[in-house]
Design a protein around this ligand. Structure first.
Ligand code: PA5
Length: 447
C-alpha cells in the first residue's frame, strides 16, 4: 500500500546524518512517555489510538445523521473555533472542487463557517446569504462556553427558527460537545438536538478524527471511512515498534528538534497546491498551541506556493537565517492539462508546449528547494501520493503523532494551552462580564 513518505536528506548540510541518528535514544524516550502515558498532559492522549478505536457502529451513526441532513441542506454552517473547526476545514477544502461554491450543480452541501471570528459584517453577510439557501448547522464546542461560537450560534439559532420554524430547526441542528458538561450539552438536551460527543481525553487540536471533524465532513460528502483508514495506517506505521530510521513521526520530531537547537526557530510549512492552505492552518494550531510555551517552541508559519514565492520568497531566500522548511509535495494531480503551442510565441513559452502544468509546478518546487538550501534554509520533504481522503488521514495523523513526541522532546506539556486564557480574561474584563469586576477595575486603570 502506498503511503506518505518523509525525506530528511536535505537537512544533512546543516545537521549531519550521525547527529540525527544520535537522537534515536532521546526520541524513543519521548515516544515511550507518550505511549506509556507517563508524561504531563497524560489525560489527553485519547487521540493516540483513536483511528483504530473508532468502531463501524460509530461511523454508521455519523453517516446516518449526515444522511438525514443532506437532502435539505444546500449550505452547512459549521460553528466552532480553533480545534473545533480547523480539522473539518482543512480536509473539506483539500478535497472540495476549487470552485464548488459557484458550481451550478452541487453534489453535496457546501461547507461554510461561523464562530471562528467576531466580525459583525461577516455575520451580517452570512445571514444575508442564508436567507437565499436551505441550510443546516453543526455547532461544535467542547467546553460549550467559548465566546465566539456561542455568539454565532445564538444568532444562527434564532435565524433558523424564524426561517423554518422551531420544530424543523431542531432537525437541522447537530451539536458536538462534551458528554455531560457545559452549556451546549445542556442546550442540546433541552432542545432535543441530535448530538455527538467529543471524548474527554481528546483536546480540540487533536480532534479531527472524532465527530468534530467527521460529522461536518460526512454531511459534505467526504468519505470519512477512507479518512479514518488513512489515519489507521499511519497509526500502525508510527507506532513504537517501528525502528527510529523507518518511523516517520519519530524522524520528523527528532529532525525539527535538532534544527531548533541549531538556531532554526521558525518552521515554514510549504505547499504547492492551494487546496492545502487550511491543512497548514490546522498544522499551525497543532504545533503552535502544543509547543509554544515556557519561552520555548518552534514558531510555525506557512506559505502557499508558487503565490508566496512572489511575496515571502525574498525573505526566505535572503532574510534572517532562522528558518527551515517542511514541504508537502503532492506527487500526482487529479487532472492533466497540457500547455498549448502558439504560432506567434510572443510569451516565449513554446519550449513548454505539450508539457503538463504540474510538470512546471514540480520544477518550481525543486528549483525553490535547491535555491533555499543554497540560501541556508534546510528542507524536510513529505511526499503525498495524491490528495484524497486516505492520504489526508495519513498526513494529519502523522503530524499529530510527531507533535506528541516533539513536544515531550522539547520538555513541555504538549496537551495544554494555558496561554490562550490571557486574552479571554482581558476581553471579559473589558466587556464587564459578571464575575470579572476586579479585573475590570484593574484593566480600566491601564487605559
Ligand atoms: O485546541 C484547542 O483546545 C482549542 O483550539 C479549542 O478547540 C478552541 O479554543 C475551542 O474550544 P471549544 O471547543 O471548547 O469551544
Amino acid at each position: 500500500m502506498e503511503q506518505i513518505r518523509l525525506d530528511i536528506s536535505r537537512v544533512y548540510d546543516f545537521i549531519s546524518p550521525d547527529e540525527i541518528k544520535n537522537m534515536a535514544g532521546e526520541t524513543s524516550k519521548a515516544q515511550e512517555t507518550l505511549y506509556n502515558g507517563t508524561g504531563e498532559g497524560k489525560d489527553f492522549l485519547g487521540w493516540l489510538h483513536l483511528p483504530s478505536e473508532i468502531t463501524d457502529r460509530q461511523l454508521d451513526q455519523i453517516e446516518e445523521a449526515a444522511e438525514a441532513l443532506k437532502g435539505k441542506t444546500d449550505l452547512l454552517v459549521v460553528v466552532g473555533i480553533g480545534g473545533s473547526y480547523l480539522g473539518a476545514r482543512a480536509v473539506n477544502d483539500a478535497l472540495a472542487h476549487n470552485f464548488s461554491h459557484l458550481k451550478k450543480e452541487q453534489k453535496h452541501p457546501h461547507m461554510l463557517f461561523a464562530g471562528h471570528n467576531i466580525g459583525e459584517d461577516y455575520m451580517h453577510e452570512l445571514l444575508e446569504l442564508l436567507e437565499e439557501y436551505s441550510y443546516s448547522v453543526v455547532v461544535i464546542s467542547k467546553s460549550g462556553t467559548t465566546t465566539e461560537p456561542a455568539i454565532a450560534f445564538r444568532i444562527l439559532k434564532e435565524h433558523l427558527e424564524k426561517k423554518v420554524g422551531k420544530e424543523e430547526s431542531r432537525e437541522r441542528i447537530i451539536a458536538v460537545t462534551d458528554s455531560s458538561k457545559g452549556a451546549l450539552r445542556q442546550l442540546a438536551g433541552d432542545e432535543g438536538y441530535r448530538s455527538f460527543v467529543i471524548p474527554d481525553n481528546v483536546g480540540g487540536r487533536f480532534s479531527v478524527f472524532t465527530p468534530v471533524g467527521l460529522i461536518p465532513l460526512s454531511i459534505c460528502g467526504v468519505d470519512i471511512r477512507q479518512l479514518v483508514n488513512g489515519a489507521r495506517e499511519m497509526n500502525r506505521i508510527c507506532g513504537p515498534d517501528t525502528p527510529f530510521e523507518e518511523n516517520p513521526a519519530a524522524l520528523y520530531a527528532a529532525t525539527r528538534n535538532a534544527l531548533y537547537r541549531s538556531g532554526k526557530k521558525i518552521e515554514i510549512l510549504v505547499n504547492y497546491q492551494n487546496k492545502l492552505h487550511y491543512v497548514s492552518e490546522w498544522w499551525k494550531q497543532l504545533y503552535g498551541e502544543s509547543e509554544g510555551k515556557e519561552g520555548l517552541g518552534i514558531f510555525p508559519a506557512s506559505v502557499d506556493n508558487s503565490s508566496d514565492l512572489h511575496s515571502m520568497g525574498q525573505y526566505i531566500q535572503e532574510g534572517e537565517r532562522l528558518l527551515f522548511e517542511t514541504v508537502i509535495s503532492v506527487e500526482n494531480s487529479d487532472h492533466q492539462l497540457a500547455i498549448p503551442g502558439d504560432r506567434a510565441n510572443l510569451d516565449q513559452l513554446n519550449y513548454l508546449a505539450g508539457k503538463n502544468i504540474d510538470h512546471v509546478n514540480k520544477m518550481a518546487e525543486l528549483g525553490t528547494i535547491l535555491a533555499h538550501l543554497d540560501g541556508g534554509v534546510p528542507n524536510i520533504r513529505i511526499s503525498v501520493p495524491r490528495i484524497d481522503a486516505f492520504y489526508l488521514g495519513q498526513l494529519l495523523y502523522f503530524f499529530e503523532n510527531a507533535c506528541g513526541i516533539s513536544g515531550y522532546m522539547l520538555g513541555i506539556n504538549p496537551f495544554n494551552q494555558p496561554g490562550v486564557e490571557a486574552y479571554k480574561k482581558n476581553m471579559f474584563a473589558l466587556l464587564e462580564k459578571p464575575g470579572f469586576e476586579e479585573e475590570t477595575a484593574r484593566i480600566k486603570s491601564r487605559l
